[in-house]
Ligand binder design. Structure first.
Ligand SMILES: [Zn+2]
Length: 258
């Protein structure tokens, strides 16, 4: 086996050679922002790039039309490693979160590593997985349920940031909508006949704030009121709030959900 330093140097060299092409793909995705589950142009751009460099590409994986799987099989025994790429944008903002860079990094990283595997005769299977709908809809969770990650020993993803770190914390996360039902009444003529659903929502926000004192480190509970009534002179009979609940561990997150 060649020295790891030599291989690292080759990775840099191969990446530099294709830098412009990768940047073009990233810029194209940035200029054509697509919302979760509608990432057709971004999917095509990344799949074209991977196909050009010899990956076997399948567009559409399981129930997700805008997912893709690109495979390089060395034909020799070894581990199966996947690089994951996202490419959906934020509503009204576009690629504010840099998913154009994530998708292109996965494809570019795969292309460079395939060359390394070939040059140094490294066994195993390398996959680039296009994982849609990160901003909303949890594409990866759907792919996990549908068995796409079966047989994969390690899966990696990079997310752009202001600094370079090999690892960072990530949260288990769930979004829940709460609906409060009350009883309508005119708020001036006979408010005593009503029951205010908005009061329930307000109370919930206060209760959550009181609970924060007792939550473990790295817990996050944050929400908005999505429906607080339609007329201010009536007692609100239906009100809604949406909360995100996050924790480092899934089990503790579920305790918070409870
Ligand atoms: Zn993001």
């Amino acid at each position: 086996m060649e020295s790891i330093e030599r291989i690292k140097q080759d990775i840099v060299t191969f990446a530099e050679e294709k830098k412009e092409e990768f940047e073009q793909t990233s810029s194209y995705i940035f200029a054509h922002p697509e919302l979760a589950f509608h990432e057709y142009k971004s999917q095509a751009a990344l799949c074209d790039l991977l196909e050009k460099y010899g990956f076997k590409v399948t567009k559409g994986v399981g129930s997700l039309e805008t997912a893709f799987e690109a495979v390089y099989d060395s034909g020799k025994p070894g581990k199966t490693v996947a690089l994951m790429g996202e490419y959906d944008c934020l509503p009204e903002i576009g690629h504010g979160c840099g998913h154009n860079l994530i998708g292109t990094s996965a494809a570019g990283g795969g292309i460079v590593l395939k060359e390394i595997m070939e040059k140094y005769d490294i066994g195993g299977v390398l996959k680039v997985l296009g994982t849609p709908a990160e901003e909303k809809g949890s594409g990866k969770a759907i792919m996990l349920k549908e068995g796409v990650f079966e047989g994969i020993n390690a899966a990696l993803l990079m997310h752009p940031s202001s600094n370079s770190v090999p690892d960072d914390i990530s949260f288990a996360s769930v979004a829940i909508e709460f609906t409060f039902h009350g009883k309508p009444a005119h708020a001036a003529a006979c408010p005593w006949k009503g029951a205010n659903a908005l009061s329930g929502v307000q109370l919930m926000f206060h209760a959550v704030d009181m609970m924060r004192l007792h939550m473990k480190d790295y817990s996050r509970v944050h929400g908005i009121i999505t429906e607080g009534g339609v007329a201010h002179n009536t007692v609100t009979d239906e009100a809604k709030a949406v909360f995100n609940i996050r924790a480092l561990e899934y089990d503790y997150m579920m305790e918070l959900v409870e």
